[in-house]
Ligand binder design. Structure first.
Ligand SMILES: Nc1ncnc2c1ncn2[C@@H]1O[C@H](COP(=O)(O)OP(=O)(O)OP(=O)(O)O)[C@@H](O)[C@H]1O
Ligand SMILES: [Zn+2]
Length: 721
């Protein structure tokens, strides 16, 4: 009897066995439909074997989907990722099998084109349809009727007479094939050297990782396009994946992409409709979508023939998924590349310490782009000392920065003001009783949003209308927003530069992809004088008229002081500063700070990244922290305060003894109460030779916790909240 071991997209530790009917063509990787309990489910065959004993009472596979089997390398990657992240393989598989409806071929629909017959009796409605028919690709009767503004019976009548001819077309069409066109620019010497190396690395079928470490605007994108072009020509079936941190970034790159490859790449991100998702998944699985550009979840698409993955802005924190299966897309991408023997390119102006370390150790190839092409120069970075040049009361811009903005406006050049805080004020207090407003069931402050008139918790999503009286003491008109968010700074700029065309960009003010695109376009084409925004404006954009970048609070992201706070602040501020002076006019960046003598600020002002990183790296080395050691976190949450504390202590006592492993905690998490659950954290540090995932799994296995307790394991944590 032939037996299939079927893995489900459920948090189960292992696959289940099913009998395969003799006439079924089931191979490892087949997608199948099987009974599970009272239901039917789709699963993936992990393995097939013959069993001599007929005795086992197994249920049978119902159906095999007509889809290409999931390659072994992808299944191995799923197993490995599950082990590494301490998750169930089914939970990882669920990220691969996101669109079960894509397992069956696309349905077809009837579309209409111009037919041979002459129209028997012309009417105005018929004439309108016939006028339009040549201007569109084949449309359905309903679409055509809508375009022409006539009823569908008019269209159907024409089709019945043969004036329009009917044919069947796939609902989900294949994508246009990209093919390299000529490069838009002649590469600089530095760029072509980098491109040569990358081309050579993607030509073979070997695993490799190469880090492109290039200053902002040096042409990293231009250079990795060369590597993509090489894949398209040297691997006729090869597929390419480009991972980007933010959707806002994809729009600019899509345009450049089309100019270079003659077709749009396939997109994959959370903004897709179900139909787009189904189409993309199917085309990828069949190997027909050759280039995919997407957010971190695109890493789990079932590419049968991946030859190159590019992780752009590889240092970016948004590659880390913090919920469900907790993983870092850059790190898992490198792991996948080993299983499937493809090349990885990591690109950044401010690479992660981990990536630089790997390059220094010779594990990754390394390409440096030190200059911007042409007349463009790196911006001058200066520090504005808020102690000697403080803003006026209830203002946030130092007179120094305000003056620079006024000059810039005078010169008809663009300014960008960065503050990584949404809303109007990050804290609302009552002047009468001193209460700080928090979201229910948490200790998190509510942020005041004037734009929407609401108080919002950015952590839980809770929001309420701004009350006219204090919820605690009932005093009227006593609530006051404290500190600046971008809406408040925008108000100040409007006051100071009333004639400036000012716009805001944050996830509150601009929501749809179309709105973002339109705003970015206005900025690119000089229709905005001052753009103020959160981190959405920090990265990737190319605004030729932008010559001044102002950072309202350069110290902000240093607070909290976790492992990567310094590194992250440096990355973020260099990225923001790097938006200035990208065309022929020189740019400058001004950072407002209370600690201009801090090594990080000095390094930013001197554009001396490497000595800053050397100090940072040395510190990590001394402490045995990544990249010189491993780190994991264990987070417990429980609905009762006392019981949570007791459980946390109990968990601590169960930590397995192991050499070269330090367990710190339990400590109340910085966010100690979230959605009505009390949270405790452990931090675990280990030497590089320790299998920390195995250690964490063993620890969890030893625990017997009440059903309401929730445990999360975070391998290589980025968030310490
Ligand atoms: N050799 C070249 N000649 C002229 N223009 C170039 C050249 N290379 C790149 N550019 C232009 O310079 C700008 C920056 O290039 P690109 O976006 O590739 O750099 P990047 O390093 O990826 O930038 P970022 O730091 O934003 O990630 C783009 O407008 C690009 O078209
Ligand atoms: Zn009050």
């Amino acid at each position: 009897m032939k037996i299939a071991r079927v893995m489900f997209t459920l948090p189960l530790p292992e696959p289940f066995d099913y009998e395969v009917p003799d006439d079924f063509d089931v191979v490892p990787g087949s997608y199948v439909r099987v009974p599970l309990g009272p239901n039917e489910r789709t699963g993936v065959v992990w393995d097939v074997f013959e069993n001599a004993e007929e005795a086992r009472d197994l249920k049978s596979v119902y159906m095999v989907y007509p889809a290409p089997p999931m390659p072994k390398s992808v299944r191995d990657f799923v197993d490995w990722s599950a082990r590494y992240t301490c998750s169930n393989p089914g939970a990882v598989l669920r990220m691969v099998l996101r669109v079960p409806s894509a397992l069956v071929p696309s349905r077809t629909q009837t579309v209409l084109e111009k037919g041979n017959a002459e129209v028997a009796r012309m009417t105005p409605a018929r004439a309108r349809v016939l006028e339009l028919i040549d201007q569109f690709p084949p449309l359905t009767a309903a679409e055509l009727a809508q375009e022409a503004g006539v009823s569908t019976s008019v269209v159907k009548g024409l089709a019945d007479q043969g004036v329009l001819s009917r044919s069947e077309r796939l609902i989900d069409m294949p994508y246009e094939m990209p093919a390299p066109l000529d490069g838009v620019h002649a590469l600089t010497d530095e760029q072509s050297e980098a491109a040569d190396l990358l081309r050579q690395r993607v030509r073979g079928d070997a695993f490799s990782v190469t880090l492109i470490d290039g200053v902002t605007g040096s042409g990293k994108t231009e250079v990795y396009f060369e590597a993509i072009a090489e894949v398209l020509t040297s691997h006729p079936q090869g597929q390419v994946l480009i991972l980007l941190p933010e959707i806002a970034l994809t729009q600019a790159i899509m345009k450049r992409f089309e100019a270079r490859f003659g077709a749009k790449p396939t997109e994959w991100h959370s903004g897709l409709s179900d139909a787009e998702r189904r189409r993309a998944w199917r085309e990828v699985a069949h190997g027909r979508a050759r280039i995919v550009i997407g957010a971190r979840s695109a890493l789990f698409l079932p590419f049968p023939n991946l030859k190159l993955a590019v992780v752009d802005e590889e240092h970016d924190g948004s590659f880390k998924q913090e919920e469900g299966v907790i993983y870092h897309a850059r790190n898992l991408c490198v792991a996948r590349a080993k299983f499937e023997a493809f090349s990885v390119i990591l690109a950044s102006a401010t690479p992660a310490l981990e990536s630089l370390h790997n390059a220094q150790q010779g594990r990754y190839g390394y390409v440096k782009l030190a200059a911007r092409p042409g007349a463009s120069r790196l911006p001058d970075v200066s520090l504005v000392d808020l102690r000697s040049d403080p803003p006026e009361r209830d203002e946030w811009l130092s007179p120094v920065l305000a003056r620079a903005m006024a000059e810039n406006l005078e010169a008809q050049e663009q300014s960008l003001i960065f503050l990584n805080r949404r809303g109007y004020a990050p804290l609302v207090i009552c002047k009468a009783c001193g209460d700080r407003l928090t979201a229910p069931g948490t200790h998190n402050w509510l942020t005041e949003h004037r734009y929407t008139g609401r108080l919002v918790c950015h952590l839980t999503g809770f929001s309420m209308r701004r009350p006219s009286a204090c919820p605690k003491c009932g005093a009227r008109d006593s609530l006051m927003g404290v500190g600046p968010g971008i809406e408040r700074v925008a108000e100040e700029i409007r006051r100071k530069l009333p004639q400036a065309r000012l716009e805001l960009l944050s996830s509150d003010t601009v929501q749809s992809g179309d709105d973002i695109r339109a705003l970015i376009h206005r900025m690119e084409t000089g229709q905005i004088d001052v753009l103020i925004g959160t981190q959405m404006i920090a990265k990737g954009h190319n605004f030729p008229g932008l010559t001044l970048v102002g950072v309202v609070d350069a110290d902000a992201s240093l607070k909290g002081g976790d492992l990567r706070a310094g590194e992250r602040t440096f990355q973020l501020l260099s990225q923001v500063a790097g938006r200035a002076g990208r065309a022929d006019k020189p740019g400058r960046a001004m950072l407002q700070t209370y600690q201009p003598e801090a090594p990080l600020m000095v390094a930013l002002a001197g554009s001396d990244r490497d000595s800053f990183l050397a100090v940072e790296d040395e510190m990590r080395d001394v402490m045995g922290m990544p990249p010189h050691g491993r780190l994991a976190a264990l987070i417990l949450s429980f609905p009762d305060d006392q019981e949570a504390a007791r459980l946390a202590r109990e968990i601590g006592m169960m930590a397995p003894n192991a050499e070269s492993v330090d367990v710190w905690g339990p400590a109340p998490a910085p966010i100690s109460l979230l959605r009505g659950r009390y949270r405790w954290r452990f931090l675990v540090r280990a030497d590089l030779n320790v299998d920390l995932s195995a250690y964490m799994s063993a620890w969890r296995k030893a625990l017997k916790l009440p059903a309401q307790a929730r445990l999360q394991i975070d391998i290589d944590p980025y968030s310490f909240m």
